[in-house]
Design a protein around this ligand. Structure first.
Ligand SMILES: [Fe+2]
Length: 224
């Protein structure tokens, strides 16, 4: 969606703000959470949220800024080897920043339940029922080997919703072309302190705090 906003010529400031980037310094910054660390309890503890946001996400932001700085230097020098060698760091930390920025807004203390309107209609059309969709995204997320994300994305070419998984911090749109609507972080840092190694229990709980309002807004935006 972020890229769509840019490609449609809408405010660049809006795009930059969405990525937590200050236009004047061109440095990415950690976005504030739209709720308190303890707001998603009992489904996700305050301790997890605090560490996840202020340590993990912050580290991706810091390392993205460092990698971008080095990349700028490599560009200035015309050092293609250095540019290529920096790409994994840009992908990992840039993806980590993009993914978590989406994730925080996909969650809400007032979340849960089921989506309404156009999004619900599209889910029924593309997955048969909301229950089938939920089962599919849960299974895909539980099935990620190691660290990664489960996603609901919009396939713009085919005009339909798709569920898929991405490994590590691979950003959905940058690696698959799907526009991200809902991401579920299944790195252990997202759940281990509360759910230990039982990822399915975390997946069961997270549906109680999904902000369908946010997911629907992303769906509406990518269809315009
Ligand atoms: Fe995470």
């Amino acid at each position: 969606m972020l890229c769509r906003l840019a490609s449609r010529g809408r405010s660049r400031t809006q795009l930059i703000a969405a990525l937590g980037c200050s236009a004047s310094r061109q440095k990415h910054t950690l976005p504030d959470l739209p709720y308190d660390y303890g707001a998603l309890q009992p489904h996700i503890t305050a301790e997890i949220m605090q560490l996840h946001h202020s340590k993990h996400h912050a580290t991706y932001v810091n390392n993205l800024n460092i990698a971008e700085e080095k990349y700028k230097e490599a560009l200035a020098k015309g050092d293609v080897t250095a540019q290529v060698s920096l790409q994994p760091a840009l992908k990992f930390n840039g993806g980590g920043h993009i993914n978590h920025t989406i994730f925080w807004t996909n969650l809400s203390p007032n979340g849960g339940g089921e989506p309404q309107g156009e999004l619900m209609e599209a889910i029924k059309r593309d997955f048969g029922s909301f229950g089938n969709f939920k089962e599919k995204l849960t299974a895909v997320s539980v099935g990620v080997q190691g660290s990664g994300w489960g996603w609901l994305g919009f396939n713009q070419d085919q005009g339909r919703l798709q569920v898929t998984a991405c490994y590590n911090q691979d950003p959905l749109q940058g690696t698959t072309g799907l526009i991200p609507l809902l991401g579920i972080d299944v790195w252990e840092h997202a759940y281990y302190l509360q759910y230990k190694n039982v990822r399915p229990d975390y997946l069961k709980a997270i549906w109680n705090v999904i902000s369908w309002e946010n997911v629907s807004a992303r769906f509406t935006a990518c269809k315009k």
